[in-house]
Design a protein around this ligand. Sequence first.
Ligand code: IPM
Ligand code: MN
Length: 353
Amino acid sequence: MPKTYKIAILPGDGTGPEVIKEGIKVIETAAKKNSFKFDFTNYDIGGSRYLKTGEILPDSVIEEFKKFDAMYLGAIGHPDVKPGILEKGILLKLRFELEQYINLRPVKLYPNVETPLKNKEPEDIDMIIVRENTEGLYTGAGGFLKKDTLQEVAIQESINTRFGVERCIRYAFELTKKRAKNNKLTLCGKTNVLTYASDLWQRTFNVVAKEYPQVKGNYVNVDAACMWFVKNPEWFDVVVTDNLFGDIITDLAAMIQGGMGIAAGGNINPEGVSMFEPMGGSAPKYTGLNIINPIATINAGAMMLETIGESKAAKDIDNAVIKALESGKIKSMSAGKMGLSTTEVGDLIASLI
Ligand code: IPM
Ligand code: MN
């Protein structure tokens, strides 16, 4: 009997369904080649569903997700829904409730992909960012006083627990060791100003570092990290940081690797169910045109296979993406400029597995 993995599919909004279709095509091809199977279950979750039914994400569905091997997401976001509702009601709720405490973002410049950085080659841009995914400024702690008056006060608190910080840092050390590239782990914070939050991160980092003598630990302030990502991305191997800093630097990092068309991420619970997604959003203006780039979603699919234990299949997908890019048939990473349709890019990559 071939091994069967239960995967929850969340196509979502906008171009989400188009890219997830290509992702499924590619992971199914890789599964066939490596003799395993998928049992997919579709979930209609997102802005369109919310506008139709008023329902965002029922608790019963979160319980169902816990029974899957992994989750595969297209995109969540709708121009007619007020900012914050879907983000907090779906994306953050999933991260928090499913304890997906790591946001993992590989940043790799593939061959033939244009980077806005001058004189940088694929060997210069190859790092992984480990972002804490359940704490910091994202918990929603805080509130208003005297709302809508001239004396209004808004407080948004950054929550950093020793437990939460330590499990994230430990994950990053393990990953750096396993990756065995430069054995270098950079803590990114703001110790010169955030003398409580960043201090806790720094002290925890120093304690955990003692267990990993083979990993060289170092530190960078987040503002300087933005500078060095642009000037000397080759300095970085694995970077670990808090939730908001991670949100910001991973968008910067996505741009230096060629943009949202290619950048993938995982919301990881190392002990539970994880969710994989392209970094780009629902791209309403490209919806239904078959011109959006599915490579980010395909890369997210490879990350998903790696995480569930199918490393060989993940590698097959990565190699196929590299071959497809090397073929020169894909002219750009931007929607509408690829020279091929969304479906054709999916077909090309699947054919190279
Ligand atoms: C991301 C996104 C989310 C975040 C939003 C959509 C809530 O920007 O995954 O980086 O801020 O984490
Ligand atoms: Mn973001």
